[in-house]
Design a protein around this ligand. Structure first.
Ligand code: SF4
Length: 373
């Protein structure tokens, strides 16, 4: 870090703390959020990123599948869910899902990311059948499926315990839970944007039990709507505490709010400044997380690429068919090619690596000779 810049920064005293690997407090996080010194913030986050992963930055070859957008809830921020009476509602049968997987396998994907709404009537056997059929298609395919609220919904519908539900899904082939649905944990914000959804305690309990069963998962935070900076810090604090307890989170994925087609009055997405500082502070505060993902679907690939210098070490994946963010107004493409992701990482001066669901390296493309080449 440039010491002249550092000496004139209002964050100078945090430099020693970060260099020493000391844990940041909530007050430290608040100071970081209040600072306008984005470059110093990025430099601090880069110290931690470098310590965790060296010069690597990762991507994954994956495919999204939404099995249905029917949902019994009506979260205010959600542009994805539909009721049975809606003409653009859909649900896929297992063979249709397998067909989508078969097509994606032919281009080399290693992961399916499968989520849906809280379907009013699909039986538990549908989800088991889906997992078993996909594993039968290719046992190496990693199945990252279901948000915490979906898991609770399946358990409630099937009248099973949470632990029993997760055990059956795991036995059928579930490899990882997704991190979706965390939104913002604080109850006042949660009821303003996702009334009726599971509480923070329930979200965390689903992941806790999954981790106790030997499973891994990611976690998220939806930022840039009605929440305060203090709400974000409270959210990060609760994730860090569960990670201290279980160590089961593989990575953290901040999600930039998308403002279209919903009931929330905020009509702009978070700025580039806000997204970069949120990623950087996440990297600094979540000292027990190995990976921070810059989710290009919400940020755009250009900002995701810049985020690699602000604490992020992963830009997510090819995705192929994204609906949830795009129905909420995201203007990004619905897919990325592997070539473009490698190029974006390499241009940022990092060594591009293809990873699997658990952030394990599948293939390295080598260190870039020159950031500008
Ligand atoms: S966010 Fe999820 S639970 Fe809420 S309405 Fe949308 S699909 Fe349903």
């Amino acid at each position: 870090m440039n010491h002249l810049l550092l000496q004139s920064s209002d964050l100078a005293d945090l430099h020693d703390k970060v260099r020493a690997g000391e844990r940041l407090s909530e007050d430290d996080a608040l100071r970081l959020f209040r600072s306008r010194d984005l470059n110093t913030l990025g430099s601090l986050a880069d110290i931690v990123r470098q310590r965790k992963v060296g010069n690597r930055a990762s991507y994954i070859l994956n495919r999204y599948i939404n099995y249905s957008n029917y949902c019994i809830l009506s979260c205010q921020f959600c542009a994805f869910s539909r009721k049975k009476r809606d003409q653009d509602g859909f649900e896929l049968n297992v063979e249709q899902i397998v067909q989508k997987a078969r097509e994606a396998l032919s281009i080399g994907i290693t992961e399916l990311h499968i989520v849906g709404g809280l379907h009013p009537s699909l039986p538990f056997s549908y989800y088991l059948d889906m997992l078993r059929s996909l594993k039968a298609l290719d046992a190496r395919l990693q199945l990252k499926c279901f948000t915490a609220i979906e898991i609770l919904h399946l358990a409630w519908q099937a009248k099973k315990t949470l632990r029993g539900t997760l055990q059956e899904l795991k036995a059928a082939g579930l490899d990882s839970l997704t991190g979706g649905g965390a939104e913002i944990f604080r109850p006042s914000v949660r009821s303003a944007i996702a009334k009726g959804k599971e509480s923070a305690e329930e979200y965390l309990e689903v992941h806790r039990v999954w981790h106790q069963l030997g499973g891994r998962s990611t976690c998220t935070m939806l930022y840039g709507h009605v929440e305060s900076i203090e709400d974000r810090i409270d959210h990060l604090r609760q994730l860090r505490a569960l990670q201290d307890e279980t160590g089961g989170f593989t990575g953290f994925i901040p999600l930039a709010y998308q403002p279209d087609n919903n009931l929330i009055e905020v009509k702009t997405a978070p700025s580039g400044f806000d997204s970069l500082r949120t990623l950087a502070i996440s990297r600094l505060y979540l000292d027990n997380f190995d990976h921070i993902t810059a989710y290009w679907v919400g940020l755009g690939m250009r900002l995701a690429q810049v985020a690699l210098s602000y604490g992020a070490d992963d830009i997510h994946g090819t995705i192929l068919e994204e609906h949830i963010f795009h129905m909420a107004g995201s203007k990004t493409p619905q897919l990325q090619t592997e070539t473009d992701m490698i190029q974006a990482i390499r241009e940022a001066g990092r060594e591009p690596v293809q990873r699997d669901t658990f952030y394990q390296v599948i293939r390295s493309h080598g260190n870039p000779k020159s950031a500008a080449s």
